[in-house]
Design a protein around this ligand. Sequence first.
Ligand code: G4P
Length: 207
Amino acid sequence: MAGTIPEEEELMKELQERIVQDGKVLSASVLKVDAFLNHQVDPQLTMKIGQRFAELFAGEKITKVVTIEASGIHFAMATSFALGVPFIYAKKKKAVTLTEEVYSAPVHSFTRQETYQISVSRQYLSKEDRVLIVDDFLATGAALVGLTNIIKDAGAHLVGVGAVIEKSFQEGRGLLEQAGVRIESLARIESMSPEGIHFIEEEPARV
Ligand code: G4P
């Protein structure tokens, strides 16, 4: 219908508006989105985001959605619900109950200046799996590259990465693209400062 905003564009706009209205730019590289995304969570928006990732990767025969605890979990849940498959969250600390063999990878945190291990039980990922990674932020890519290594170790096929917010001025996208990974980010920030946030405006993919 003429004059109607397609659903995918509506979601992109809604997300951009929420980032501008409810987000806080703490510095040129850190965006606080605790009000709706990774501390207090907007469930309606989260479910729409999951639906959108499911649409973008429809036809890829995804068998598992994978994320890292903690802030990726609700987006992985929403996406896996829409796809009708399980999701797995990589653990950052080895739990006492995680007694079986695990795939693990080191992740260097630039914000905390420390390296930690992420792990996934070998029981839940195998070479038969077609995996979609979902996370709240695509930033330096350190955490996501760690996850791609775990998926590689399992012999599973990585279909792509869905990020809710991409800070395009950081190196994450470049690192993943070099490795041939398909990336779908719902809001891409070109630059930001306390004065304002600039988004990369692009035609959302039609699926
Ligand atoms: P990534 O690009 O692979 O996500 O990794 P990076 O090492 O750059 O980011 C480390 C953690 O910090 C990630 O959370 C990421 O989501 C989060 N992060 C990066 N930039 C920002 C930002 O500008 N604002 C906020 N709020 N978070 C940011 P994580 O390891 O998954 O941990 P958790 O926070 O989910 O527990």
